[in-house]
Design a protein around this ligand. Structure first.
Ligand code: MIG
Length: 666
């Protein structure tokens, strides 16, 4: 059962699509207590065994107990354990224990979930303004509650089948030649691949919807040439539009008033990759339609997929921020002048200056350090929502959602019968109807393989089914074993993309020794694509989850509930990737009998039925493990070099004898 409550005067986020009548709060909301005296605060006393699921793209565990999380879309490339905010804001949790209750706080600004952080058994959810919708969902299990939630937020985005192929990306590919070399590296080594990503350097001076003509002398021909090799090129689109006379998108946006404005009506100016930019006001439906229509510039050139970046929106610095630094410097210079050189030499800071010409006083330094993603900047610009000016910080978490909505709505118009790949960095629940997400700038750390795994079911709970992380890690230097282990998890994530940052060690699969191991692991992905895509379509069409925590399927098994390094996938599988270094296997927990499968490097398949309980399984770097649930089977096909070449004629069934599988196709 779903109940909707209203507090104050909420902003309409469009997260929920179902029409639900507002319930009266006579005697509370049937769960916890609420106060609206000093902002909004929901309180709930957790039982010792309650598990708190949800929060989508968030740090730490599948059970969110024991920390605090703040929904505040942030461009933070350092996902260490203490971080409370990442790129998305997914305000849905499920309290699972004696009762099972789902709570969705539809509030687009900062919202704090204190889940036993301040007090071990106290859950509080609070925000500054008591203006929100709260949805309360009750059901028989966490899984049931989640499916009800998925139903009210509308059907998730369906990615094209090719997007289940493998993709290679790197920030630093600049020219057509760079891209061709990547394709050659894969095709020559017979490592299957379907996509190569274009990061910001394909653009002319980082201008959205332009292509650098020197780096790509005949772009449409290049795109077609790639298509002929069954490679889709996926360009990045950034949120900020470069300010430059003669750049049509900038000039049109200014003329039509489609950029975010300051209080005085002038266009807000922020620096990002292109230098000074304006932000398209994607919360204004007319501006959203306009910005979305620009994707056609690239679809006209043969492009059929995009990734939207920097849409928190990220800000390196603003004009106002720079003015503040300048003011602080001027004040300091004045102070120095007034004091005269002798006096200055006598005070601490003055001595600093004498010793080091670059030293600046604390005040100037702190102003400089605050330039990037400064909360003050988010109060300096406004959106035009139905003629009303809404200050950005009050709706901050909706920007990435609406940038991707702009693209999604436009792509439906541009090519109504063609599915396009679309995913975003920043998101809010509701965006799941328009595109997928990737989990942003992780690092080549073993702990981030596990973080990748733990985020997946939580994201599915919030509607984001087409998702994945940068395999091999974005920041830091990757090693061969880390990339192989991470790919063996990526075999199962809908988005399977190897991506790395500028300046890090090259981590394309053909850069390492024994390339055949990479060929094999990615080959396993292609053997499973018919099954994985079928389960993806089933999950989307039935408002169901592709990835689930074990506790969703085995709610009475405490050990299963506490197992957070394995996942249920579709109705048939459990996955148990290896995520530690220098090991020859790992321990797994089986909540019931299952069949252990290993895809061996020689192409054979190892099978062994294992009993309920704990087992140590051996998994070499070049093997891919999975478990098939009792009484189930899955289709597998022969390896293909691209999704288009998958031959269903080679299908065989793997699993329990006598089982059958219903394959769903597009
Ligand atoms: O400030 O486009 O998360 O995937 O490679 C960095 C360059 C901007 C951040 C994205 C990353 C991408 C990078 N971008």
């Amino acid at each position: 059962m779903v109940k909707k409550y209203v507090f104050g005067n909420p902003f309409e986020t469009d997260a929920v699509t179902a029409k639900i009548e507002i319930s009266e709060q006579t005697g509370g909301i049937g769960c916890g207590s609420i106060s609206t005296e000093n902002g909004f605060c929901f309180r709930y006393q957790m039982d010792r065994d309650d598990v708190i699921y949800g929060l989508g793209e968030a740090n730490r565990g599948i059970n969110k107990r024991g920390y605090q999380y703040i929904s505040k879309c942030s461009d933070d490339p350092n996902h260490t354990e203490e971080k409370t905010s990442l790129y998305g804001a997914h305000n849905f949790i499920v309290i699972s224990g004696k009762q099972n209750v789902g709570l969705f706080f539809d509030y687009p600004s900062n919202l704090t979930f204190d889940i036993g952080y301040t007090k071990q058994d106290l859950l509080t959810v609070s925000c500054e303004r008591a203006d929100l919708y709260l949805y309360v969902i009750t059901g028989e299990s966490a899984y049931d509650v989640t499916k009800q939630f998925r139903k009210i937020i509308g059907k998730s985005y369906i990615a094209p089948k090719y997007a289940f192929g493998f993709g290679q990306s790197r920030w630093g590919y600049k020219t057509a030649e760079d891209i061709s070399n990547v394709v050659k590296g894969y095709r020559d080594n017979q490592i299957p691949i379907d996509m190569v990503y274009l990061d910001i350097d394909y653009m002319q001076d980082y201008k959205d919807f332009t292509v650098n003509p020197e780096r790509f002398p005949d772009f449409p021909k290049f795109v077609q040439g790639m298509k002929d090799q069954e490679i889709h090129l996926i360009p990045i689109i950034d949120a900020g539009v470069k300010i430059e006379d003669g750049y049509d998108i900038y000039e049109e946006g200014v003329e039509k008033g489609y950029f975010c404005k300051r209080e005085d009506g002038s266009d807000f100016v922020a620096a990002v990759w292109p230098g000074w930019t304006h932000f398209p006001d994607v919360l204004n439906p007319a501006a959203r339609e306009w910005f979305g229509s620009k994707y056609e510039v690239l679809t006209d050139l043969g492009i059929d997929g995009f990734w939207n970046d920097m849409n928190e929106p990220a800000i390196f610095y603003s004009e106002e921020g720079i003015q503040e630094v300048n003011k602080a410097i001027a004040a300091y210079a004045k102070e120095l002048e007034g004091k005269g050189s002798e006096q200055v030499a006598g005070d601490d800071e003055g001595e600093d200056i004498m010793n080091n010409a670059n030293a600046l006083p604390g005040e100037v330094r702190s102003k400089m350090e605050q330039l990037q993603n400064n909360p003050e900047d988010y109060k300096r610009f406004y959106h035009n929502v139905n003629g009303k000016m809404v200050r950005h910080d009050l709706v901050h978490n909706l920007y990435g959602f609406n940038m991707t909505r702009a693209a999604g709505e436009a792509l439906q118009k541009i090519a109504p019968d063609r599915k396009m790949l679309l995913f975003s960095r920043s998101s809010y629940i509701g965006m799941h109807r328009y595109g997928g997400i990737w989990t942003g700038d992780n690092q080549s750390w073993w702990s981030h393989i596990l973080l990748n795994l733990k985020m997946m079911p939580s994201l599915n709970m919030c509607g984001f089914v087409y998702t994945g992380s940068d395999l091999g890690g974005f920041g830091s230097n990757a090693t061969r074993d880390l990339v192989l282990r991470w790919l063996a998890l990526g075999v199962f994530t809908p988005l399977m993309r190897n991506h790395a940052a500028l300046g890090t060690r090259e981590q394309e699969c053909y850069q390492f020794e024994n390339i055949e191991d990479f060929r094999h692991v990615i080959g396993v992905r292609y053997r499973l694509i018919p099954y994985l895509y079928s389960e993806f379509l089933k999950a989307v069409n039935n408002d169901d989850l592709y990835f689930r925590p074990l506790g969703f399927d085995y709610p009475d098994d405490r050990r299963a509930i506490e197992t957070e390094d394995q996942l249920m996938l579709g109705k048939e599988l459990m996955i148990t990737p290896v995520y530690t270094q220098n090991v020859s296997g790992r321990t797994v927990y089986l909540p019931e009998e299952m069949k252990f499968i290993k895809f061996m490097p020689d192409g054979s398949i190892y099978e062994e039925i294992m009993d309920k309980g704990t087992h140590y399984i051996e998994v070499a770097l070049n093997e891919v493990p999975l478990f098939i649930r009792k009484g189930k089977c899955i289709p597998v096909v022969d390896v293909a070099q691209s999704v288009a070449q998958i031959d269903m004629g080679t299908v065989q069934y793997l699993g329990y004898d006598g089982a059958s599988y219903e394959l769903v196709e597009e």
